[in-house]
Ligand binder design. Structure first.
Ligand code: DAT
Ligand code: MG
Length: 153
């Protein structure tokens, strides 16, 4: 079972998209293990996006990410990392397919509503950045077995 890190960005909070974004992840069958509202600082953004710190747009990205509170979350499921990437859609909402969160709800690459981990390795790093092990709620859901091909096993 994989865990992935998802963060609703300041535009998602301000545009009242929290419920809709969480609903998409729940509908897919992913299970919410933890949630935390917080205000990021520049250091948080540098740690979340180490591959982007040298980009010309990075100062704008920092300004955007610290502009308001965000909602950090941990989600669990079979193949959760890739499944969540696909639910979000391409980085640039102009290119994201209709039916994806970014494709349906956003217009600008600099305001694309939500972040999620791009690999299992990065998901572990990103979860560690924002959550302590004691904050991750492992639990069974009675409906969870019906996400499997052989629920009785
Ligand atoms: P993703 O968020 O799909 O994993 P990423 O890790 O390449 O994409 O980039 C992280 C964020 O940085 C992205 O969600 C929005 C911002 N960003 C990426 N490319 C950008 C660009 N060319 N101009 C402005 N912002 C950009
Ligand atoms: Mg990324």
């Amino acid at each position: 079972m994989e865990e992935t890190f998802v963060l609703i960005k300041p535009d998602g909070i301000q545009r009242s998209m929290v419920g809709r974004i969480i609903q998409r992840l729940e509908e897919k069958g992913l299970k919410l293990l933890s949630v935390k509202m917080m205000r990021l600082d520049k250091k948080n953004v540098e740690k979340l996006y180490p591959h982007l710190v040298e980009k010309e747009f990075f100062p704008r990205l920092v300004n955007f990410m610290v502009a308001g509170p965000v909602l950090a979350m941990v989600w669990e499921g079979e193949g959760a990392v890739l499944a969540t990437r696909k639910l979000l859609g391409s980085t640039n909402p102009q290119e994201a397919s209709t039916g994806t969160i970014r494709g349906d709800m956003a217009l600008s690459v600099g305001a694309n509503l939500v972040h999620c981990s791009d690999s299992l390795e990065n998901s572990k790093k990103e979860i560690d950045l924002f959550f302590s092990p004691g904050e991750i709620n492992k639990y069974e859901k009675s409906t969870g077995i019906w996400l499997r091909e052989e629920p009785w096993k």
